[in-house]
Design a protein around this ligand. Structure first.
Ligand code: HEC
Length: 86
């Protein structure tokens, strides 16, 4: 019986762990969708870049196969620079 109670609690803790989410802000949803397709956000969430630096990373990811529309990449670029500026 105790196990039946523990299971939902564990699931709740998993859901509540938002370390895999990006900070709130305009463009967050687009960034999560476009940048979360291949890897987690851990490799760039601690990173600080200039506007050019982020744009270079975005271009690098597009070369690796990231898919998005021009206006979506503009949103991602704005978001990344607003949240993680150098
Ligand atoms: C098509 C798949 C794909 C998408 C989409 C993608 N990446 Fe990547 N990314 C990779 C691969 C492959 C690597 C290299 C292996 C690794 O570090 O996991 C990488 C590595 C990185 C690195 C580390 C690179 C380094 O030189 O240290 C950063 C930062 C990064 N990605 C950021 C982003 C951002 C920001 C986005 C959204 C604009 C994004 N990625 C979208 C595939 C992708």
């Amino acid at each position: 019986m105790r196990r039946l109670i523990l299971l939902p609690i564990c699931l709740l803790l998993l859901i509540a762990d938002d370390s895999k989410k990006l900070p709130d802000g305009p463009g967050r949803k687009t960034t999560e969708r476009l940048c979360g397709a291949c890897h987690g956000f851990g490799n760039f969430i601690k990173r600080r870049e200039t506007r050019d630096g982020w744009n270079a990373i975005i271009e690098d990811m597009i070369r690796r196969g990231a898919m998005g529309q021009d206006e979506e990449w503009a949103e991602v670029s704005d978001y990344l620079y607003a949240q993680f500026p150098k």
